[in-house]
Design a binder for this molecule. Structure first.
Ligand code: MEV
Length: 305
């Protein structure tokens, strides 16, 4: 489990991880399940006492916001501390980010979760898991409007998880499968794609509902396949998932191209991961595969894990 990592006088630290969604993104917002696993890299935050408003800086992303600056990031930070019950002043947060931004890998939730843990560590307040989850959700709501809670759950708790809005997370007794994650080179647009998915569902309710149910079924069959170690079956569910996500308009031609290149190079299945509209795609590969990542690099895509 990711966690706060300690306190010295006037300094607190916290860490949280990213995530890779294997199946069910977007549909999970509308009540069906998703299957996700922890991304190996994440965000570490150091919190120090300050004289100004609560502020957050991540130099690697050239990102600097303060709770009173009127930016979405500042608003998200304000929402985070409000949900923690902390005054929006007197804390400076500095983030060491080891995860790409706007890539569909849960960077905003990881940033919020690591910040919440660093604040808890600085102030020596042992927030419980529900409070931390509520705080990350408050921050995510500013960025994404209607977050399912999947990203907050993965940032805080990691693991290999089946998640629903109503039932929360169930940890699976299965190791995360070997995947290759590649970037489309376009920034992800989760807020916009979540809205676009809902618009398509409203515009074509009969077909949209059919596909939503199909996405839910794919999560159930893909999860069962993962648990019994049937990677070929899991891969097929990922390919089908991608077809539905494309119909909902949240893929892009570059994400489609990553999937095509990965499958040709031997991937068992491939799809966009996270919000789409840019960001990354994930390819499921055989254990020990060494063909898919080079094929994606040769095709001009950056492999991020
Ligand atoms: C974004 O990482 C995942 C989405 O399903 C949104 C959400 O679950 O809140 C697109």
């Amino acid at each position: 489990m990711s966690s706060g990592t300690g306190t010295r006088a006037g300094v607190g630290t916290g860490r949280a991880g990213g995530k890779v969604i294997l199946l069910g993104e977007h549909a999970v917002v509308h009540g069906t399940a998703a299957l996700a696993m922890a991304f190996p890299r994440g965000v570490s935050v150091t919190a120090r006492e300050s004289d100004g408003p609560v502020a957050l800086e991540a130099r690697a992303w050239r990102y600097r916001v303060a709770a009173d600056d009127g930016s979405p990031g500042g608003e998200a930070l304000r929402a985070l501390v409000a949900a923690l019950g902390v005054a929006p002043c007197g804390i400076a947060l500095e983030a060491d980010v080891r995860i790409p931004d706007r890539a569909g890998l849960g960077s905003s939730a990881a940033m919020a979760a690591a910040s919440a843990r660093a604040i808890a560590s600085l102030l020596a307040i042992p927030f419980d898991d529900d409070r931390l989850f509520a705080a990350v959700q408050a921050s995510e709501t500013v960025f994404h409007g209607n977050p399912s809670g999947l990203d907050a759950t993965m940032a805080l708790f990691g693991g290999v998880v089946r998640y629903t809005r109503a039932g929360g997370a169930t940890r699976l007794r299965a190791p995360g499968p070997q995947v290759v994650v590649a970037s489309s080179g376009e920034p992800g647009r989760t807020g916009e794609t979540v809205a676009a998915f809902a618009r398509r569902l409203a515009a074509e309710p009969v077909e949209g509902r059919r596909r939503l149910a199909a996405l839910g079924d794919l999560v159930e069959s893909g999860t069962a396949a993962l648990v019994r170690g049937d990677l070929a079956a899991l891969g097929r569910t990922m390919d089908e998932d991608q077809e539905h996500l494309s119909w909902f308009g949240v893929s892009t031609s570059r994400l489609d191209r990553i999937c095509e290149v990965a499958r040709r190079a031997g991937a068992l299945g491939a799809k966009l991961t996270g919000g789409g509209g840019g960001g990354c795609a994930v390819a499921l590969v055989q254990p020990g595969d060494d063909a898919v990542a080079p094929a994606l690099c040769d095709a001009g895509f950056e492999v991020v894990s």
